[in-house]
Ligand binder design. Structure first.
Ligand code: HGA
Length: 616
């Protein structure tokens, strides 16, 4: 959520830090700040509430230059978004810290440090870190030594970057629960919470692991484990072009990402399909052996990823004959669960750093298989270097590429593709999936990018329909079967970016309550399956029309649904029932996008939300 950027170089690095922040802005953006060691050898900072552009303006009005610096975009967890709470935080004039995460024992530390005479100037948990470190420096003169000792007293999660005016040749970093990556340059080195921030300056990266502490100088990097043991971390070359952080011809990142879906779905399928079957090895060398033992699946995820998991439950039970349970991670992690023998734990996360999902995985791994624990863990994730990927036994990486829009789009559809591959692989290995059906679905998956392109071509039709929402404050989304979670995802998108209250219901539940809300001010959006549930759904729609509700129906062109008074039917390309959830997501994404544009909201950075939720 928050973003960290740091640099140590022989040139002025202000522009590098600010550009890095801009690239991370999508993660969290209530305030931003930068601290530099100036030519006079003192630390100075600028902090502003709002977007990075506010900070940029402040830097233009009052320039700041230096060769060592740290910067931050904040998404407040402790203390309101305000200038005094914005990072970097100082202890005296010689030590500065930026922090991602949460220090759980901050109250206790604050009392202790106040007792030692430290004066707090913010309400953040982060400020306790900088004073604690200042205090530790009194006994351990070297910054790295002091940091190693100080972090031992922190409970919670952190990614930290530290600079000191007394040791002007180094940038210090510590990671526990929040990702950090070192960018390696020539005679200069960098640090960030996401490599995306640094692709402007380098394509060589070194990922810190849990507990690592790093001392980064212009021409060297030294890393220690949590126990103080010196370690080497492999450096890797990043290949993808830096264009991902660029909107190109599109007005918003969200729209660009919606239109990328045929390509990224194609990429997610690449190398994973045989002629008539899914390649099980795509899940890792031990996958076949493990999958053969799976008797149950437990899915855990948050937000949009949770909706992907809900679709997968229909697939896993129908296609692979495997009982499947699904729960949101923030609940699951705090609940005593009874684990059925031979249950595969599946997590889903775009970033692979979602704090609740990661905590759920760690809990799940507490007990050994056979002793009340899970058989194994598998993650469907978009970031190969993330904590969830590193800590799971198996993974399937989606190939969505960086997703900048806070409202998830291409991450969702590629997750669905990953989950369909998982379903087919499990069914295949366990012998519960009909071979002819597998071949048919593999064929359909190959055609899916084309179908998605056809759905995108309906953009103008959907844009026209979005006008129906311009003056509305509430709406209902209906679906049945595996289209119910698609309706939930459609409602979430509309809420997130247009701030219209939207709720999803399985269409059969309408008469058990929500029908009371239906009137001409409540548009009802329906994703119609083209299966045995269609006739039942048609009756549900009659119930809405009879109350004067305006209907927007996305239906298969072969379903025989017609436009009528108060009923707007959008004909969708024909697709296999089982893949319909992926296709029908597209018009719902477009609908929320166009409604948000009409309403004039901040599409890519909706209020109160942040990407990659790395705090609880
Ligand atoms: N707890 C710190 C940092 C918050 C954060 O990492 N958000 O994503 C603060 O509130 O400033």
């Amino acid at each position: 959520m928050c973003g960290i950027v740091g640099a140590v170089a022989e040139r002025n690095i202000t522009a590098v830090l600010v550009e890095g922040l801009k690239r991370l802005e999508y993660r969290g953006y209530d305030s931003a700040g930068v601290a530099l060691l100036t030519e006079q050898g003192a630390l100075d900072r600028r902090r502003r509430v709002g977007k990075v552009s506010e900070l940029q303006a402040a830097l233009q009005a009052e320039p700041l230059a230096g060769r060592l610096g740290i910067a931050h975009t904040r998404w407040a967890t402790h203390g309101a978004p305000s200038e005094r709470n914005a990072h970097p935080h100082f202890s005296g004039q010689e030590l500065a810290v930026v922090h991602n995460g949460i220090i759980e024992n901050h109250e206790e530390l604050r009392e202790q440090l106040k007792g030692l005479g430290y004066v707090f100037t913010s309400d953040t948990d982060t400020e306790t870190i900088v004073h604690l470190l200042e205090h530790t420096l009194k006994s351990y003169a070297d910054l790295a030594d002091a940091l190693k000792v100080a972090v031992k007293q922190l409970h919670g999660a952190y990614g930290l970057a530290v600079i000191s005016a007394r040791q002007p040749d180094r940038l210090l970093a510590a990671r526990s629960g929040s990702p950090l990556v070192i960018g390696l340059g020539l005679g200069e080195n960098f640090l960030a919470s996401d490599q995306l921030a640094l692709r402007q300056v380098t394509d060589r990266f070194m990922y810190l692991e849990e507990g690592d502490i790093a001392e980064i100088k212009r021409d060297s990097v030294q890393i220690w484990t949590v126990d103080g043991e010196a370690v080497e971390r492999e450096s890797v070359q990043y290949h993808e072009g830096a264009e991902a952080a660029d909107k190109g011809e599109y007005r918003h990142f969200m729209l660009k990402e919606i239109f990328e879906q045929p390509r990224v779905v194609q990429r997610t399928l690449e190398g994973r399909l045989g002629s008539d079957h899914v390649l099980v090895q795509a899940f890792g060398p031990q996958a076949a052996e493990l999958f053969a033992k799976v008797k149950n699946v437990q899915i855990v995820a948050c937000g949009t990823s949770y909706h992907a998991g809900m679709v997968a439950r229909y697939w896993l039970e129908e296609l692979a004959g495997i009982p499947c349970q699904i729960e949101v991670a923030s609940e699951f992690r705090y609940r005593k669960v009874v684990v059925q023998p031979d249950t595969l734990f599946v997590s889903i996360s775009q970033s692979g750093e979602t704090a609740d999902t990661l905590a759920a995985l760690r809990n799940a791994k507490d007990k050994a298989p056979g002793q009340g624990g899970y058989l194994a863990s598998l993650v469907i994730c978009n970031v190969g270097t993330s904590s969830l990927v590193r800590e799971s036994d198996l993974c399937l990486l989606t190939q969505a590429g960086p997703e900048i829009g806070v409202a998830s789009t291409k991450a969702f559809t590629t997750q669905l593709v990953g989950l369909m591959l998982l379903t087919l692989a499990l069914g295949q290995v366990r012998g519960t999936l009909d071979k002819a059906l597998e071949a048919e679905l593999v064929d359909e998956l190959r055609r899916l990018p084309t179908r998605l392109g056809e759905a995108l071509a309906m953009d103008k039709t959907v844009e026209k329909i979005s006008e129906l929402f311009a003056e509305k404050h509430h709406s209902l989304f209906l679906g049945r079967g595996a289209q119910y979670p698609v309706a939930m995802e459609g409602a979430l998108k509309l809420k997130e970016i247009s701030y219209i209250h939207a709720e999803a219901y399985p269409a059969g539940e309408l008469k058990h309550g929500p029908l009371a809300l239906v009137d001409s001010d409540m548009p009802v959006v329906t994703v119609a399956p083209n299966n045995e549930l269609l006739e039942k759904l048609k009756s549900n729609l009659q119930e809405v029309r009879a109350r004067g509700g305006e209907l927007i129906v996305f239906a298969d062109q072969q379903a025989g649904m017609r436009n009528g008074e108060g009923t707007h039917v959008v004909n969708m390309p024909h697709i296999h029932d089982l893949l319909a959830p992926i296709l029908y997501t597209i018009p719902l994404q477009l609908l929320s996008y166009h409604v948000a544009v009409l309403k004039g909201t901040d599409v890519d950075q909706p209020r109160n939300l942040a990407k990659s939720v790395t705090v609880e």
